[in-house]
Design a protein around this ligand. Structure first.
Ligand code: AP5
Ligand code: MG
Ligand code: ZN
Length: 224
């Protein structure tokens, strides 16, 4: 990948954005920027900001656009992201946020947006079985638990169910996805920045599929 490459991973709740963005960030040696992770860290810190964010998150509602854009602007202005690029996970998720991102970035915005495609019935099963480490955010599931069911293999942190993985919050999050985020697929397609990748199957296979698709598109862009 060319240095300074800026990617977005788009996809429904439970599509595997977090799981795959961590791997892609390692592969391409760029920071993984997840707005959900940033908000969860703020909640853990007990700050006023975290308390406000938590109300939206636990209900499955979106944090207001201006707040999210401010957080992303601050993160992307740090040296690692400015110099090496980044993989955005969970942002943008409204057209307002996508427009704001274009304005934040020089040279025509992000290079590529990957839509990780997984049908709703599959994401519902994944979200119900998801477990996460409260310290480092590593994902597990009932089918693939850590070796000690309550302790993270990576950092020893506590492994729990996410507060917003309740039936009602999941329903609301998916509703908001259809309403606010799905329109971004057509929005980025019109800009010729979208590539769709099948998110079903073993996570290693999905990662390989993603890297193939990204490299192919970025090479095409570089040759043009
Ligand atoms: P966020 O943390 O981004 O949550 P989300 O959008 O609901 O997405 P998820 O994290 O649930 O899904 P994922 O695609 O990352 O799936 P994962 O890899 O975990 O946001 C949380 C909240 O913060 C929002 O609701 C909102 O309130 C706020 N927020 C964040 N960004 C915002 C923004 N831009 N604007 C406004 N508000 C914002 O995988 C799911 C499960 O499936 C895991 O158990 C995993 O192990 C498993 N799995 C993954 N891949 C596979 C596979 N290939 N096969 C089988 N299982 C798999
Ligand atoms: Mg996630
Ligand atoms: Zn951990």
């Amino acid at each position: 990948m060319v240095p300074g490459t800026r990617l977005v991973v788009l996809g429904k709740q439970g599509a595997g954005k977090g799981t795959q963005a961590v791997r892609l960030a390692r592969h391409y040696a760029v920071p993984h920027v997840s707005t959900g992770d940033i908000f969860r860290a703020a909640v853990r810190s007990g700050s006023e900001f975290g308390k406000k964010a938590r109300e939206f998150m636990d209900a499955g509602e979106l944090v207001p656009d201006d707040v999210v854009v401010g957080v992303v602007q601050e993160r992307l202005s740090q040296n690692d992201a400015r110099l090496r690029g980044f993989i955005l996970d969970g942002f943008p998720r409204t057209v307002f946020q996508a427009e704001a991102l274009d304005e934040l970035l020089p040279n025509g915005g992000v290079e590529l947006v990957i839509d990780l495609e997984v049908p709703t019935e599959v994401v519902l099963k994944r979200l119900a079985s998801r477990r996460v480490c409260v310290e480092c955010g590593t994902n597990y599931s009932i089918e693939k638990p850590p070796s000690d069911p309550e302790k993270c293999d990576v950092c020893g942190g506590k492994v729990v169910q996410r507060e917003d993985d309740t039936v009602s919050a999941i329903r609301r999050r998916l509703e908001l996805y259809e309403e606010q985020t799905a329109p971004l697929i057509a929005w980025y397609m019109r800009k010729d920045k979208l590539v769709t990748v099948d998110g079903i199957g073993d996570p290693d296979k999905v990662t390989a599929r993603l890297i193939r698709a990204i490299d192919l598109r970025l090479r095409r862009g570089a040759d043009a």
